[in-house]
Design a protein around this ligand. Sequence first.
Ligand SMILES: Cc1ncc(COP(=O)(O)O)c(C=O)c1O
Length: 368
Amino acid sequence: MKFLDMSIMHDNIKLEIMKAIEKVYDSNWYVLGNEVSEFEKEFATYCGVKHCIGVGNGLEALHLILKGYDIGKGDEVIIPSNTYIATALAVNYVGATPIFVEPNERTYNINHNLIEDSITSKTKAIIAVHLYGQTCDMNPINEIAKMYNLKVIEDNAQSQGALYRGRKSGSLSDAAGISFYPGKNIGALGDAGAVTTNDDELANKIRSLRNYGSSIKYFNEYKGYNSRLDELQAAILRVKLKYLDEWNDYRNMIANIYLENIKNKDVIVPYTLENCKHVYHQFVIKTRYRDELQKYLKYNNIDTMIHYPVPIHKQKSYQELNYLKGKLPIAENISEQILSLPIYPYISKEEVYKLSNLINKFRSGINW
Ligand SMILES: Cc1ncc(COP(=O)(O)O)c(C=O)c1O
């Protein structure tokens, strides 16, 4: 059983995608044209925000938001200790310092109760990462930010379509960075990203920053970047956006099979916040016997993954932080115990039942 197989999902929409690609091909217009502007309108409507700005990828989306808010050298940005490296890299790109806050042990997302202890006079923003398909508990985060006059930025690389108290991810803060990396809930056929926001000023600035710092050709108001969503990827994403809710519902149906059928005292299944819709970008279980379980599943021809095996503060690239082992024990503990099971649109239900049963036999005394 593969960890991720996009072939059925892609086969189902192949004709539509090919038509969309052909349309761009025939238009002879490949950068910042009609497909990008239409996708931006459609994705903004989908998220329930005023603006969507298509950019090169998710990392650049976060980078451009921080840049757009003039966050830079000497500033601190609070991020969760349990996230993908891109969240921290975006902060470093603008010259600011990432400050790690431990996650909630049930949701694996940033623990809002620990944020205030990390706020200093240098803090400018909080990046709330909606990990694995579930939004952070945004109301308390936004309240803290309001008290200390901080920006709140969502890292919405992994939760497109998720709901927090009826509102879509990407609409729950000052601005959100989205990744459309191919394996995401809505993915391009290559790198792609976007910023969603209700902030008119920020939207205008990011539109300019992504295009060399220019809103009028050959007139440059900022030292900008080249980070544009291209026409082909936008055309592909327009097709895929129509299916996002259906794909997320399929992921939920599969998650429910796992949730109802995995019954092993050594295995903890995912927890969803009340009044929220999880979109299960990953189905992450937790067990003290993680390495043993992964080996057992591999022996039974099932591929799994770990998101993520090494927390950022323990990465070689961040050794300058000099974090001693045990400084961020929750992130470290999570990285040693979590395991992501296969979940994607049109994965076979029978295989998921079988996998659940296999997990139930693990450490039960039944031979494998
Ligand atoms: C939480 C998180 N943030 C940011 C990113 C960066 O997105 P991209 O790969 O499109 O640059 C990713 C991508 O995997 C991610 O998972």
